[in-house]
Write a protein that binds this ligand. Structure first.
Ligand SMILES: *Cc1c(COP(=O)(O)O)cnc(C)c1O
Length: 423
């Protein structure tokens, strides 16, 4: 590391987190209300209210509160009717929770490369994928780090091919595309209240849809598929996926603070953008005309020409320090040594050992052979950048401390630390 022994920057006394829960007090009131009224189960007013408030906010007709965003995605995949052996187009650069539920139903994820404009699913690559696999009937798309993907175009492509769309809006609650909330574009949509998301229940998730019949079916599945009968009668396999009324109390207390959290995250993003503007880096990009992200995490991309040499195996990273250059490994190690938390970009699914046999489609067609573009000196596109966009962003990008309780002074120090990595 470049300068850990310089003593003009002090280690943060309190850890500066990537993104931690921010409580306000109302959460405790709603939990207490559940406790005092003894609705300490998966039924109660908090659950009803979070379903009502969030379906209203997002602009969909129905919602069912669940134990996790992953559960919501699983039920969405079931509603889409995925059967063993069905191929499903999925975002490639995302958290594994986007794609795991496809495999729970025996589906085979086919990964669609990311685009440089938003870091989300590339509509051009998706078109390409439908040429290669015309029978596919489901697309699962995530909005990474709270930045909306080109969801209108993607929805149109799905329509043309008669495919169902699932939107994974776990990271993007409150973000809009062309004035509409993410989580309202898909046939079935999932959000998450995991501890590090923009609002949290400590855990929890929600499935949203305009299709009330589908929502009611998901609600039934989530409570062990009980039929309407005087005893426990079952015609379908069920799940224990319902949200607890206590968790719902936390979510309910957070909902009034969503916009405030979003504003704080937005300020953090633009302070980074301003503070880092003379370095050879860019921030995670978004469609500034059509979209309004929730700025959940601020991310950096280092210019190709300013990358020092960095190599990653399955579980280790090394780099060679070069003057005027840096890399995600150096920056992450350095900010960690000052007690601040960053994170690598989500490692693309097509680079994950568990999915090594799954197809991967770039905008030029099948991209498997170029997975290790950096290591094997793979081909570059006409923009002079590697053709495997996800692998390239993973190699050169990182998530910065984006906690809404980080002070401006703390953020200035993080910026100074990054600056010195490039000395
Ligand atoms: C957090 C997250 C999920 C899963 O949500 P859980 O509530 O943790 O199950 C799904 N997809 C993405 C992109 C996420 O970031």
């Amino acid at each position: 590391m470049a300068f850990v022994d310089r003593n003009d920057i002090k280690r943060f006394e309190h850890k500066v987190w990537l993104s931690s829960p921010t409580m306000h007090g109302e959460e405790l009131e709603y939990i207490t209300q559940a406790y005092k009224s003894n609705w300490m189960s998966t039924v109660g007013e908090n659950i009803n209210e979070v379903e009502r408030l969030l379906s209203e906010k997002i602009g969909v007709k129905g919602a069912v509160a669940l134990s996790a965003g992953t559960a919501a995605l699983h039920l969405a995949v079931k509603l889409a009717g995925v059967k063993p052996g069905d191929k499903v187009f999925c975002s490639d650069m995302t958290f594994s929770a986007t794609v795991n539920p496809v495999t729970y139903e025996g589906g085979i994820p086919i990964f669609i490369d990311s685009e440089r404009d938003t870091w989300n699913m590339d509509p051009v690559a998706l078109e390409k994928a439908f040429e290669l696999y015309p029978d596919v009937k489901l697309v699962v798309v995530a909005h990474l780090y709270g930045t909306p993907g080109k969801i209108d175009e993607i929805r149109e492509i799905c329509k043309q091919h008669g495919a169902i769309l699932i939107e994974d809006a776990a990271e993007s609650l409150g973000a809009t595309y062309k004035g509409k909330q993410t989580g309202s574009f898909g046939d079935y949509n999932a959000i998450s209240f995991n501890g590090n998301k923009i609002i949290t229940g400590s855990s929890g998730g929600m499935l949203l849809s305009d299709d009330i019949t589908a929502i009611n079916h998901a609600r039934k599945w989530s409570t062990q598929s009980r039929e309407d009968a005087p005893w426990y009668q079952h015609e379908e396999i069920g799940y224990n996926y319902r949200m607890s009324n206590v968790i719902a109390g936390v979510v309910r207390g957070q909902i009034p603070h969503l916009d405030e959290h979003l504003e704080q995250k937005k300020r953090i993003y633009f302070r980074y953008r301003e503070g880092l503007k003379d370095l050879p880096v860019t921030m995670n990009p978004y469609d500034e005309v059509n979209s309004s992200p929730n700025f959940w995490l601020s991310c950096l991309l280092i210019d190709l020409s300013a990358m020092c040499r960095q190599a990653r195996s399955d579980n280790e990273a090394v780099y060679i320090k070069e003057e005027g250059k840096s890399c995600p490994t150096e920056i992450l190690e350095t900010i960690a040594s000052f007690n601040a938390e960053g994170r690598p970009i989500w490692k693309p699914m097509h680079m994950q050992p568990i999915f090594r046999m799954n197809p991967f489609v770039t905008r030029e067609g099948n991209g498997r052979s170029r997975t290790n573009a950096y290591i094997s000196g793979g081909r570059l596109g006409s923009d002079g950048l590697p053709l495997d966009v996800g692998a390239d962003i993973f190699q050169r990008g990182l998530c910065l401390p984006s906690d809404n309780k980080m002070t401006e002074e703390e953020q200035d120090v993080v910026i100074e630390i990054i600056r010195r990595c490039f000395e």
